[in-house]
Ligand binder design. Structure first.
Ligand code: F6R
Length: 624
């Protein structure tokens, strides 16, 4: 959460920074701000509560002469400490105004630091944890904290202050007296460096600078990085130089633009066939499933006797689906945990346990901490992630990347279906290692997965009625979702999409539970969306769900049914029927999810909401 961008180069920094913030706004949009170094000792800060557009309107009023310079930084905020107001917007400055700081994360010991600063007579002007860092750096740079080694040395000052901070943070720091550099410190929050010709970038995400360069550098934990026009240096918090791994970003600016759609989310829904195909590509070589990174031996994989899947939100729903596939293909027991609950319930883990951490961003704090807990208990950790070089894959023993490309809409869509594909690849990799499937069976399952992009593309061709239904349901107070077997996680995901996008009460149930309580919710006109199993693949469950639909219809429910093409038995009970292609049972979620995404987006649009930026949410949740 929070997006950060820093630039030292030859272009007008304001344009680069504001352009970068535009692409990082998915990380938070409570306020935005910029700090610009004019190269002659001037440091200007402008900030404004609300989305970036508010800041841009303010910048348009400001004397342009003040906002010149080719070095600067910016911030788009998802508020943690302090309300989303102008005074709490970043950048925060020292009392003399010569130091500016932007921050992503939480400084957990900010209260004692605040007390220490106040005792020294410094007046803090915001409610944020971040402001403490600005004052501490200013004191260190001035040598006023007794630190002779930091006096007049911005890098040493930032290092010294970073060493005092607890919690998770990425800090970018500028000093008016150092107009040609930005110094950053990083612990457990994302930061990536971009390298251009005579220009260097820092950002929470490569999307911020992809327009200018695809050459990036991964930064590690507890590191301080200094950027100048000429390049960069990286040290640890003790000042020892450390290496950093360059990489080339595989997607470009066009992938991060809306491509003719009103919202990124709508474009991302359309991109699902490509995202799934790209996720599968290159993972079946010489008749074997291969992961992207594997620091586990075949023997270690064979020794696995239990699997836990940990994830949050949509990624958790994909994890629920992983359970069906992994148990079916490997006969290993699989538990799926909300990452935020995992370590607090003291799960039974040892070196023959595999923990699969699923995260689009690779930086979700709950998932990262669950992974760290698993590693402390000697479990093996495999990450499924959409972000190259993020913290979760870096700390894992094996990695499979979903190659969904950048997902800017805050609600996960293409990364959900890509995660499902990746989960199934992991299931097949385990089945292959353990010999619970013959090579030709693994090959057959993979071929079936490979056919899915076409099935998803066919589903996408047929969504006008789903859009119309979305508009029709916009006035509803609540919507229920029912599913069974792999249709149940799909129902959960459908309900989550509706909650987060349309701010509507939405609840999903395993249909077998209906008579154990939830049926009491059914009343005249209540929309109930049912994800039907295949009448061929899951005939027994299909029959049971058919009875459930009749029961709720008899009680006045407005029935909306997602069913396999040619499933005529359900037609008489469906007021709205959406057909999806017939595919193997485990793969049905890849198609049945699509109409639910579209219905949720359409309801939200009809209610007048911004589907890319739902209220109160941020794309990546880097605080617990
Ligand atoms: C919902 C959504 C969230 C994320 C969750 C985990 O549309 O996007 O529920 O799925 O916050 O995020 P990652 O996958 O980045 O760990």
């Amino acid at each position: 959460m929070c997006g950060i961008v820093g630039y030292v180069g030859h272009r007008p920094a304001l344009d680069v920074v504001v352009g970068g913030l535009r692409r990082l706004e998915y990380r938070g949009y409570d306020s935005a701000g910029v700090a610009l170094l004019d190269g002659q000792g001037g440091l200007s800060v402008e900030r404004k509560a609300g989305p970036l557009a508010n800041l841009e309107a303010k910048l348009a009023q400001v004397d342009a002469g003040r906002l010149t310079g080719t070095a600067g930084m910016g911030h788009t905020r998802w508020a943690t400490h302090g309300a989303p107001t102008d005074r709490n917007a970043h950048p925060h400055r020292s009392t003399a105004g010569d130091v500016a700081v932007v921050h992503n994360g939480i400084i957990e010991n900010h209260l004692p630091l605040r007390a220490e600063l106040e005792a020294a007579g410094i007046e803090l002007t915001s409610d944020t944890d971040t402001e403490t860092a600005a004052h501490l750096v200013a004191l260190a740079y001035a040598g006023a904290d007794g630190g002779a080694a930091t006096k007049g040395d911005l890098v040493a000052s930032v290092r010294a202050v970073a060493g005092r901070l607890e919690g998770a943070f990425t800090l970018l720091v500028t000093h008016a007296a150092e107009p040609d550099m930005i110094v950053a410190a990083r612990r457990s929050s994302p930061l990536v460096l971009g390298l251009g010709e005579g220009e260097t970038f820092l950002a929470s995400d490569v999307a911020a600078f992809i327009e200018f360069t695809r050459d990036a550098v991964e930064l590690g934990q507890d590191q301080v990085v200094t950027i100048t026009r000429e390049g960069y240096t990286v040290t640890d918090f003790a000042g020892e130089p450390v290496g950093a791994a360059p990489f080339r970003v595989t997607w470009d600016l066009a992938a991060a633009e809306k491509g003719g759609h009103d919202y990124f989310m709508l474009k991302e829904i359309e991109e699902q066939p490509t995202a799934i195909a790209d996720t599968l590509r290159g993972h079946f070589i010489d008749h074997k499933i291969v992961l992207d990174e594997q620091r586990l031996s075949d023997q270690e994989l064979r020794d696995i006797d239990k699997v836990f899947v940990v994830a949050c939100g949509t990624a958790y729903h994909s994890g629920l689906l992983a359970k069906y596939a992994i148990e079916h293909w490997t006969r290993l027991p699989v538990e799926v945990d909300l990452a935020s609950e995992f370590r607090y319930r003291d799960p039974v883990l040892d070196r023959s346990t595999l923990v699969v951490a699923i995260s689009q961003s690779g930086e979700t704090a709950d998932t990262l901490e669950a992974l760290r807990h698993a590693k402390d208990q000697k479990a093996r950790v495999l990450a499924i992630c959409n972000t190259n070089g993020a913290q979760i894959p870096r700390e894992s023993d094996a990695v499979l990347y979903t190659h969904a490309g950048p997902e800017i809409g805050v609600a996960a869509t293409k990364t959900f279906t890509s995660q499902i594909a990746a989960n199934y690849l992991v299931g097949l990799a385990l089945a292959q290692a353990r010999g619970t499937k013959y090579p030709d069976e693994v090959a057959r399952e993979f071929r079936e997965l490979e056919a899915m992009p076409a099935a998803v593309a066919a589903t996408l061709q047929n969504l006008d009625a789903a859009r119309a239904l979305g508009r029709e349901l916009a006035g509803s107070k609540a919507v229920l979702f029912l599913g069974r077997h792999v249709g149940y996680p799909v129902a959960l995901e459908g309900a989550l999409k509706l909650k987060e996008l349309a701010y509507m009460h939405a609840e999903a149930f395993a249909a077998g539970e209906l008579k154990h309580g939830p049926i009491a919710l059914i009343e005249e006109g209540l929309p109930v969306i049912v994800v039907m199993p295949s009448p061929k693949g899951r005939a027994v469950l299909h029959a049971k769900l058919l009875s459930n639909i009749q029961e709720i219809q008899a009680r006045g429910a407005h029935t909306v049914v997602i069913a396999e093409e040619g499933d005529e038995t359900v037609r008489p009970f469906a007021e709205h029927l959406f057909e999806v292609p017939a595919v193997p049972t485990l793969l049905q979620p890849l198609v049945s999810t699509i109409p639910l995404q579209v219905i949720a987006a359409e309801i939200a649009r009809a209610r007048g909401f911004d589907v890319d930026k739902p209220r109160n949410l941020a794309k990546s949740v880097t605080v617990e």
